[in-house]
Design a protein around this ligand. Sequence first.
Ligand code: VG1
Ligand code: CO
Length: 544
Amino acid sequence: MSIKTVSTQPFTDQKPGTSGLRKRVKVFQQPNYLENFVQSIFNSLEGYQGQTLVVGGDGRYYNRQAIQIILKMAAANGFGRVLVGQGGILSTPAASCVIRKNKAFGGIILSASHNPGGPDNDFGIKYNISNGGPAPEKVTEAIYSHSKEITSYQILAAEDVNLDKLGTSQLGSMQVEVIDSVTDYADLMASLFDFDLIRKFIADGKLRMCIDSMHAVTGPYAIAIFEERLGAPIGTVQNGTPLEDFGGGHPDPNLVYAHELVEILYGEGAPDFGAASDGDGDRNMILGRKFFVTPSDSLAILAANAKLVPGYGSALAGVARSMPTSQAVDKVAAKLGMDCYETPTGWKFFGNLLDAGKATLCGEESFGTGSNHVREKDGLWAVLFWLNILAVKQQSVESIVKEHWQTYGRNYYSRHDYEEVDAEKANTLMTNLRSLVPTLTGKQFGQYQVAYADDFSYTDPIDGSVSQKQGIRIGFSDGSRIVFRLSGTGTQGATLRIYLESYEPDVAKQNLDPQQALANLITLSDDIAQIRQMTGREKPTVIT
Ligand code: VG1
Ligand code: CO
């Protein structure tokens, strides 16, 4: 088998976003497009010769083809061994787990997360470092720089590897080991949660649940964990076979896209608990019977109840949330006397805090929760955390959340997304807002007085790296907030996100519909940013 050096030309658009490089499948299928990016990853690394790389993806269209290319390029570039999930399948948290467990040099994850899949939809690729977490900005910047200068890549001329058969084979001088996609991850979960207690809780008939894998990667994991290890009835996991096009849907666990699950949990004879996860298994949505738990509340509730869960029984070191995530967890941290960190959007910013032992639990408003057990957010982990709490407290999801609000107050929260807006218009809207920011503090808008306004900038407390322009925050004197930012994961036009939050300590006023509770802030966000006028849209595409 010979190593080929192929000459190539740079592409100008290979800048990783919030979570890797995401483009239409058709873009990735252009000659040399994937190869250029993979070679740029390798060119940005040092010291990987003879080391181990982990490779896997969410099973979407082009996953298998991409993996064959990556394996041959890893062999040509001198990796010693690649661990690849069977059938090319590894959920994002499972990939993180495998990297850590095997002390791998790093990993390549193929996913565009919750974006639809199929020949006319999206594909994605990202690099994770040896701690199992997404590459920090320093690394993604280096990859981007290499991608702009690349002139050639290396690839082994070889037959495809059989990805379906477990075991080890040789690719040039590199070993390829096809591993079971689920076992390491399921074992890790069993080490963190009280599986015996949860199993008994289910067996006693005290918890009926429905888990929706949305035809995406968590199916095999969820079946192994909930049905096989925890004894939930067969059929508990629905849409549990990963499909290349996710059955034509958006594998995005929210009230809009996970409507099949929502209908079950809000229907006649609804089960006690429901959960869904996204394309690559790092997001989760938690539902009780006729009850939705916002991701920001979920993080706060996990933090407040962590002492009930074996893996987190001793004190938490601290908590962290992304800036647009509601401040519900801050209240818990203050009461329990622990540090609370506020980071930019994207899991890569939690890595240093987790590595340094400063944070134990982390979360994002975008249906992402996780802990120091891996370095990615983890959908099924969050589900198990909830099940463990339910089994200990023997209460309904709704009563746990309402008790939490009684103790800490309720942070009403909503995110309004304007998807596929003309990029130039979206950029102008943000530029206008940026120029408005210095004039806002102290201004009165109806009942609201602006307490602060800025463009969020973050200095990493561990390595001192600075990330600027992470979203416009406008905070009011009553604790409410509006945040504006542009998405870094979309593949078409721009997506404008508006995050709205208000705080309600009065128990008598905690049962409003969030859109109603936030109505004045919603109007105000349009007054300040001229959203309708600038985007030409009457209303958001998605409200979560
Ligand atoms: C979105 C979310 C962010 C999340 C990111 C990756 O990013 O807002 O919180 O970390 O997706 O999640 P953006 O830039 O589009 O707002 V996933 O599950 O898509 O890997
Ligand atoms: Co995801």
